[in-house]
Structure formats: C-alpha cells, structure tokens
Design a protein around this ligand. Structure first.
Ligand code: ADP
Length: 742
C-alpha cells in the first residue's frame, strides 16, 4: 500500500521532533523511567551479595543509598516530559538539572559499588564491585545519544569508583601485589569493553537514526511522486473523458495523417465508428467530389510542416450527406520539431453557413431594395420635376403676360401650388437620403450675412402677408466669411424661420445671430424667437420625429409634411451642431440652432455661384446674334426656355436628343449649350463628352439642365466636362445668370 504523503510527512515531522534537543531530553527521561525496574536487578544483585556474605548492615546501607539515588533521579525525570510539553522551562536548564540528578544517582551507585571491597577483603568482592560498576556504566552509556552530559557525569563518577577500587587494592597489597595487578588489568579490560560496547551501540544507534531519516525522506519523495502520478492519472482520465464526451468532434492522427483515435462526437458527426476510422486518413474517409482539393492539400501540408491550421472544408458523411466542417488542426511536435501527432477539433457548421448565406442573401436583397428605392426616388424626382418645370415656367410666363386680374390670380395660385409641391418633393428626397445615412453636406467658403439674408429675403414676403415683423438681430461681432454648407444652413433657416412665420399671427419673428470664436472657426448660434401659437408641452419631445406635427388640427390648418424639423435637425447634427426648442403654448416658441463652422480659406468674397438654390435677381441682358443651343427632348421645356430667353436677342438652336446636340454644336459653334441630361438616342453626358473630345471645335460653355437633383448627378455632369448644373424646375434668372457670364 502506498504511503499517504501527509502520513509520511507527519511521521517525518515526529521523527525530527524526537531527534531535536527537546525530543532527545524527553526520550532520555522516559528511557530512564521505563528501565528503572530492570536497573534494580543490578542493585538487588549487589545488595543480595552483601546480605548473603553476612554483611547485613552494609547491604541495608547499599539498598537505602541506591533507592535514594533512583528516587532523586527518577523523581525529577518524571516531571521532565510535562515540563517540555508545557514549553515554559528553559531547555538548557532542564538539561543541566537532569545531568546533576544523573550525577547524584551515579554517586549513590558508585558508593554502593565500593561497599563490597570496603567491607570485605575477599578476592570476589573486587569482582563484585567491578562487575557492578561495569553493569551500571554500560546501562548509563546506552543513553549517551539522548543525554551526553548525564552519561558523561555517570561515567565520570563510575570511572572515579574504578580508580578508588585500584587505590584501595593498592593500599592493601602494594603495587607489587600480583592480585592487585591482575585486578587492575582486569578492570582496564573491563572498562575497555564497556567503552567499546558503548561506542559500538552509539554508532549503531546513529546509523540507525540516519537510515530511519533517509527512509522517511525517501518515503516522502515516493509519496509525493505517487501523489503527482495520481494527479496526472486523474488529469489524463478527465482529459480523456472531456475528449470522449466533447460535443466537438475530435480525432488524433499520426504524422502521416492516419487516424489513431476518434471521440464519440466524431462518429456522430461523420457516421464512422472508431474501428472504421482508425488507420485511414481524414481525406480518404471524408472527402467528396465536391471537396475543394486545394483545402484538402492545405490541411495535409500544414500537418506535414507542423503548422496549426483552422479552415472550413466540405465533407461527406458515411450516409452520403455532405456537411460543412470547420476544422482546427493542431500538430503536437517533438523536441526536435518533428510532428508526433495531430489533434483535430472539428465542428459541423452546415447550419451556420446556411444561415450566413441566408443572411447575405437577405442583405443583398435589402441592398437591392435600397437601390431600387433610391432609383425609384430618382426616377420619381425626375419624372415629377420635368412636368413641374413646364408648369412653373408657363405660370411664370403667364404672370408676365397682360392677363385680367382674376386670371392673373389663378396663375399665381398655380405657381404657388407648384412651388409648394416642389418643396414637398425636395423634403422627401432629402429625408430619404439622410435616412439612408448618406452625407449631404458639402462645405465651401461663404459669406455668413449673405447666406442669412438670402434665407430671410425669401421669407419676408410671407411675413408681410401675415402682418408680422421679421427682424434680424446680430448680437456682437460676427465673422464675415466661414467654411460650411451655406445651402444647408439656408435650408435650415428657411424651415425654422418659415415655420415661425407660418405659426405666428401677431407680433413677429426675431432671428438672433451670435458667434463665439473657436480655435479653428466659430460656434454660430441662431435663435429663432416667435410670438406665435407655441407648442403643447407633451408634443415638444416628439416634435423632431419624422412626419410629426403638433396635432391634426394644425395639419389641417397649416398644411406641411412634418419633415422640415426632422431634416433640419439631422442636417445640423451632420454639421456637428444641434437644434433645441423651448416653447409655451399660446405664447410662442424659441428654437436654438448651434453650428460649429470652420474659418474660410480665402478672405475675399467669392463670385456668385450660378445655379444656386435661390433665383438671383433678374436683370435685362442683351446678347444679340450670340449663338446658343438648347438640347431637351421635352417640347414644353424647349418652349419655356425659348420664352425665358426670348428678350435676350440670342440666336437659339434647338436639339431634341444628344446626337442632334453634338451635330448642331459642330455646325453652329454656339457660345453656350443648355444640355438636358436624359434624352433619347444619346444622353447629355455622352453628348458633352463628344463635344469636349472634339479638339477642332471652339468649345462652348455647357450647362446641364436636369431633373435629377442628387449630388452624384452634379458630380457626373462636371466630370463629363460641363461647366454648371441647373436643377429643374429652374427660374428665368438662373438661365440669365449664366448668360451674363459669357
Ligand atoms: P411642417 O412641414 O408640418 O411644418 P415641421 O417638421 O417643420 O413640419 O414641423 C412640425 C410641426 O411642428 C408643425 O406641424 C407644427 O405643429 C410644429 N411647429 C414647428 N415650428 C413651430 C413654431 N414656430 N410654432 C408652433 N409650432 C411649430
């Protein structure tokens, strides 16, 4: 039976405790006490010898003396184990005191040992004395390893006795006495014997102690090794259990790829029991015609090179069903780097792959849907803008005609309604773009006050119509020029100030503008404060949600789509700012727009950009005889442009498709071409590219006329070589503005 480590350690500790100073002292005391009766055999022999030879008094004296010695010594020794256990006594003192009691006991034995030769001169008396002293000496000497000092004290006392015996004998017979010489030599021999015996016993004892210690230490090492072994065995058992019962398939293969062991999950996954799998390679067992040979080769080569590999492979189960497996091959190498065996952990990922494929398909479908939606919006925008161009253009032309007042008001209503419809279309387009996470911010250097004034000038007629004031209050100094998207800032202001005007019937609207300088620009704050109908507290938190209006009554009364605030806030946030609102129902609202803007690169005013969102002021332009080309497949639009440009004196040529536009440009070399983007036969972009590619041609200014309003369309026009971009429905002023630059 294997020794338990703890047990061996306990035994070793007890052994070392026994070998310690205190342990030896205790062992000495116990040994003396345990052998007290045995020692009395020597004493009784001595007393009996005296008694039987008629020395009654001497025998009684010897008995008394001997008992006294034992009593003093054993009496004190019997307290020693208790004292040691208590731990209070100084061990050194105990050691010395026990040496003294040993000396006293030895003294009584020595004196008793002398009695036979003192009371009798018979030759046997000497033998008795010497034999007694020798016995007592041997007995004392046997404990030398436990208590050296006590033994030394005893032996000294007994040696002195021997000397006294010689001295007495010398006194009796003189040095020449033959008897005395024999006695002396006999005594020396006897004591040599005692000495040899004691030193032999001591050596034996010491070597036994050393052997015992050695044995115990070996037992300890063995017990520790056993324990380690048991631990390892348990670990191996657990690992084997884990591997066997793991839900992942596990197999071990040798360096040639031959399977050595498989777990239950392997059998479950592949259908092959261990006896069919062991000895074959995974490729032989599991590859199908569909398995990618490259992946298979990659696995084999990484095993050969001892490189771990994680990959996915198509396997065929025993029942013929194909499964996708994720395999993780871990080669275990020897010290010299050669592959000892390979552990492969595998998992059936067929469902996961199918799921991923479904997700990817769903994503593709969603993206397709998103593209379809964007396409739909672009188409709708285009399709609606084209006729709207006709409606607004014709209404504008009619406005300028001398119409009866009633008819003029009809025309104005048509124009107003068409523009309102355009705003709704623009809002929906903007929102769909912003909602799709597309950035619509395009930063340029701009004039701050021109931008703000531009927005207010559009809104002022409505304020006048409502009979309310519209003030601009500039609090503190403002930067002249900044870097940001002025178009979008104007859009936000038109939305928020426009709402304020719409919902205010008395008092008015103040736009307070302030600026706080920043390291690389300024933080602008626009506060729009109105004295209008205000917003109920419970609606305030949702007022920025899309399609949200204060209530049904407001919608009926004021119209609108409920998108303006949503778009404005998204735009402000896109620019790094925000819009917040405070409002009291019946008293008015206070919108705060904060926008961090950058510093403008060029300090001087930039030239006005043709094609800006708002129509510039119309001014009379004369370009008599200057050639222009208008390419548009829509007859109404051609008519609108003809009327718009009628008073300029331009010599206009019209083309109905891109091919004709290129032909007529070559023939007439116009100074300016207004080019519709989508036309039959050849679109405007291709036509422009062909014109630009014609090096023999005097190149005209080409301006796109398009119902497509996305930034990508503008970019496409510019990269095709166009100079500008006008979105339908355009205003007469926008056309004239381009002409003014010729
Ligand atoms: P709409 O196109 O309907 O005006 P908005 O998003 O611009 O859409 O506004 C949403 C709603 O917020 C409005 O219908 C109106 O109820 C409310 N609202 C916006 N501005 C104000 C304002 N200054 N005073 C009162 N109500 C306002």
């Amino acid at each position: 039976m294997q020794d338990d480590l703890k047990d061996v350690e306990r035994r070793l500790a007890a052994f070392e405790r026994r070998q310690s100073f205190a342990g030896q002292l205790e062992a000495y005391a116990l040994s003396r006490l345990n052998h007290v009766l045995f020692r009395q055999l020597f004493n009784l022999a001595l007393v009996a010898a005296l008694f039987l030879t008629g020395h009654f008094a001497a025998s009684l004296g010897a008995l008394g003396l001997l008992m006294l010695g034992e009593l003093v010594d054993c009496g004190y020794l019997s307290t020693v184990p208790r004292r040691i256990a208590r731990g209070k006594d100084d061990l050194g003192k105990l050691y010395r005191r026990t040496a003294i009691t040993a000396g006293l006991q030895a003294l009584t034995a020595a004196v008793s040992g002398l009695i036979p030769i003192v009371v009798s001169s018979a030759p046997g008396a000497v033998i008795t004395s010497v034999a007694y002293v020798s016995c007592i000496s041997i007995n004392a000497g046997l404990l030398v390893h436990h208590h050296r000092l006590a033994t030394q004290a005893r032996l000294a006392m007994l040696l002195a006795t021997a000397a006294i015996i010689v001295f007495i004998q010398t006194g009796r017979g003189g040095f020449a006495d033959e008897n005395m010489l024999f006695n002396t030599v006999g005594m020396i021999l006897m004591f040599s014997l005692v000495y040899s015996f004691i030193s032999f016993a001591l050596r034996g004892y010491l070597s036994q102690i050393s052997r015992s210690r050695d044995l115990l230490q070996r037992s300890k090492a063995l017990a520790r090794a056993n324990e380690e072994l048991a631990f390892r065995q348990e670990e191996i058992r657990r690992l084997a259990l884990v591997a066997r019962n793991a839900s992942d398939s596990i197999f071990m293969a040798d360096a040639d790829g031959k399977i050595l062991w498989v777990n239950e999950a392997f059998t479950e996954m592949t259908g092959y029991p261990p006896d069919e799998a062991i000895g074959t390679t995974p490729a032989e067992l599991l590859d199908s015609e569909q398995t990618d040979p490259e992946v298979s080769e990659q696995i084999i080569s990484s095993v050969r090179k001892g490189i771990p590999l994680r990959t996915e492979i198509l396997n065929r189960r025993k029942d013929g069903k194909e499964i996708w497996v994720e395999t993780n091959q871990v080669p275990v190498c020897r010290a010299d780097g050669s592959v000892e065996f390979v552990i492969a952990i595998e998992r059936d990922i067929t469902d996961a792959r199918r799921h991923a494929e479904e997700l990817a398909a769903a994503k593709r479908a969603a993206e397709k849907g998103e593209r379809a939606k964007a396409q739909f919006l672009a188409t709708m925008s285009h399709e609606i803008r084209t006729p709207m161009n006709g409606i607004i253009g014709m209404a504008e032309l009619l406005r300028d005609a001398q119409l009866p007042k009633e008819h003029a008001s009809y025309v104005e209503t048509i124009r107003y309604s068409a523009e309102a419809l355009m705003r709704i279309i623009n809002d929906i387009l903007d929102f769909s773009k912003l909602d799709a996470g597309k950035s619509v911010i395009c930063a340029v250097d701009f004039d701050l006050l021109a931008c703000v004034e531009g927005a207010l000038s559009i809104l002022r007629p409505k304020a006048v119509e409502n009979g309310i004031y519209l003030d601009l209050d500039c609090a503190g100094p403002l930067p002249e020029r900044l870097h940001g998207d002025d178009g979008r800032i104007r859009q936000i202001l038109i939305n928020i100030v426009g709402n304020a005007i719409k919902f205010t019937h008395k008092g008015g609207v103040t736009l307070r503008l302030s600026s706080e300088p920043r390291q690389d620009g300024a933080l602008l704050t626009f506060e729009v404060i109105d004295t209008g109908i205000g917003i109920a507290p419970d609606r305030l938190s949702t007022i920025f949600d899309e399609f949200n209006q204060a209530d049904g009554e407001v919608t009926r009364k004021y119209g609108g789509t409920g998108l303006g605030l949503t778009i404005s806030r998204i735009l402000a946030r896109e620019m790094g700012g925000d819009i917040t609102i405070r409002s009291t129902e019946g008293e008015g609202s206070h919108f705060t727009i904060t926008l961090p803007l950058g510093n403008a690169a060029q300090p001087e005013a930039a030239p006005p950009v043709p094609g800006a969102e708002d129509a510039p002021e119309e001014r009379p332009i004369r370009l008599d005889g200057v050639k222009a080309l208008v390419a548009d497949d829509n007859k109404t639009n051609r008519l609108v442009i003809r009327r718009y440009l009628g008073e300029t004196g331009l010599d206009i040529v019209y083309a109905r498709d891109g091919r004709e536009a290129v032909k007529l440009t070559r023939r007439h070399t116009p100074r300016i071409v207004f080019m519709d983007m989508s036309m039959p036969e050849m679109d405007g972009l291709t036509a422009t590219r062909q014109i630009r590619a014609d090096s023999a041609l005097e190149q005209p200014t080409i301006v796109a006329l398009t119902a497509n309003s996305f930034a990508s369309d503008k970019a496409a026009c510019l990269s095709a070589g166009m100079d500008g971009f006008l979105t339908k429905p355009f205003k007469r002023g926008e056309l004239l503005d381009w002409l003014s630059q010729l």
